[in-house]
Each structure stands twice: as structure tokens, then as C-alpha cells.
Design a protein around this ligand. Structure first.
Ligand SMILES: NC(=O)c1ccc[n+]([C@@H]2O[C@H](COP(=O)([O-])OP(=O)(O)OC[C@H]3O[C@@H](n4cnc5c(N)ncnc54)[C@H](O)[C@@H]3O)[C@@H](O)[C@H]2O)c1
Length: 173
């Protein structure tokens, strides 16, 4: 099991917990908001472990602020990590799952992305985006779909509908 985290020591700690529980934990530093970092990390994981069966997107950040006082840079960073980061990880891992004929993606949303919460415009918007990103992935990539909020999941399977569409490939950046 590979633990990816922006904080290298955080990834090491998670890998240690996995090892303590009897698993094989591998630590990888990764910034989910950075496409190059995401692709490099997924490449390392595949080279190390052979394949990816399950992706759990749980990296997330937030802050509390009145919307009129929220700096654009803070808005951008929260959207980049929570929403774009979730998308980038799905995009990097989906080809693995589709070529293997199946797998699972679990994206971590929040009730804040469904009913909202005060002083959290960027966080609520990002998590609402995660909910619908997950639904969109489930519709597009899944023949058997399990989806719930606030915890969203999609189980990619090859389906007849998929063969009529092009398979996702690594984007040119
Ligand atoms: N804690 C809650 O009450 C709560 C409620 C609802 C949803 N959530 C969601 O659950 C998830 C985990 O929450 P938590 O409270 O355990 O948070 P946490 O802060 O303990 O863990 C978040 C992790 O994300 C990592 N991270 C941050 N930016 C990153 C980046 N750019 N690339 C890679 N990793 C990055 C951090 O290093 C950290 O290890 C988040 O997505 C959060 O939004 C939490």
C-alpha cells in the first residue's frame, strides 16, 4: 500500500502505521495539486508495487474566513488541492484501473460540500465539486456504480459504453 502526502514525514508515518498493522507500506512525497508531481508519484508506485487497484483521495485543506476577506490565492490553493488534486489523481490512476478491468476510487468529500457551512466558501465549493466530480466519473467510467455523499466512490469497470469512447491517456502538459 502506498501512502502519498505533501509532507514526506506524514507519508512515512502512514506507511509505518500500515506496516504496524501487518501490511506493506510505502511512502511517497506528492503534491496532488501539481500534475508533474502526481504523475511522477503514480509512476513510482506502479514501478514499486506493479499496479494500482484502489485509489483513496483524502488530501484536503481549508480555512475559515468571510468570503469578502478571502484572498484569491487562498481560494485558488483550496480548489487546487481539494478539487483539482482529486481530479489529477483520478486522471493519473484511471488508466491503471481500466486496463486492469476494474478497481475502485474513493474520493473524500464533506457534508460542507453538500449542505455548506459558514465562513468556508472555498472549502464548500471544492467539496461540492468533489461530490459531482465523483458522480461524473461514476457515470463515465463505471458499469457498476456505488455513490454516496459525503463519501463518494466510483468503481471503474470496462463496459460496452466505454468502448465507444477513447480511453483516458496521460495528458500532454
Ligand atoms: N476532519 C474532519 O472533520 C473532516 C470532515 C469532513 C471531511 N474531511 C475531509 O477528510 C480529509 C482528511 O481530513 P483530516 O481532518 O484528516 O485532514 P488532515 O489535515 O489531518 O490531513 C490532510 C492531509 O492532506 C495532506 N495534504 C495537504 N495538502 C496536500 C497536497 N497538496 N498534496 C498531498 N497531500 C496534501 C496533509 O499533509 C495531510 O496529511 C480531507 O479531505 C478533509 O477535507 C474532514
Amino acid at each position: 500500500m502506498a501512502a502519498l502526502d505533501l509532507a514526506a514525514d506524514g507519508a512515512e508515518k502512514t506507511a509505518g502505521v500500515i506496516a504496524e498493522a501487518g501490511g506493506e507500506g510505502r511512502a511517497n512525497q506528492c503534491d496532488v495539486a501539481n500534475p508533474d508531481s502526481v504523475w511522477a508519484a503514480v509512476d513510482r508506485v506502479v514501478a514499486d508495487l506493479g499496479r494500482v487497484d484502489v485509489l483513496v483521495n483524502i488530501a484536503g485543506i481549508g480555512n475559515f474566513a468571510h468570503s469578502h476577506e478571502l484572498a484569491l490565492s487562498e481560494w485558488d490553493r483550496i480548489i487546487a488541492v481539494n478539487l483539482t488534486g482529486t481530479f489529477l489523481m483520478c486522471q493519473a490512476v484511471l488508466p491503471q484501473l481500466l486496463s486492469a478491468g476494474g478497481g475502485a476510487i474513493v474520493n473524500t468529500a464533506s457534508t460542507a460540500g453538500v449542505i455548506g457551512q459558514p465562513y468556508s466558501a472555498a472549502y464548500c465549493a471544492s467539496k461540492g465539486g468533489v461530490v459531482l466530480l465523483t458522480k461524473a466519473l461514476a457515470w463515465s467510467e463505471s458499469s457498476s456504480t456505488r455513490s454516496s455523499v459525503p463519501w463518494g466512490s466510483a468503481s471503474p469497470r470496462r463496459s460496452p459504453a466505454r468502448s465507444r469512447t477513447s480511453r483516458p491517456t496521460r495528458p500532454v502538459t
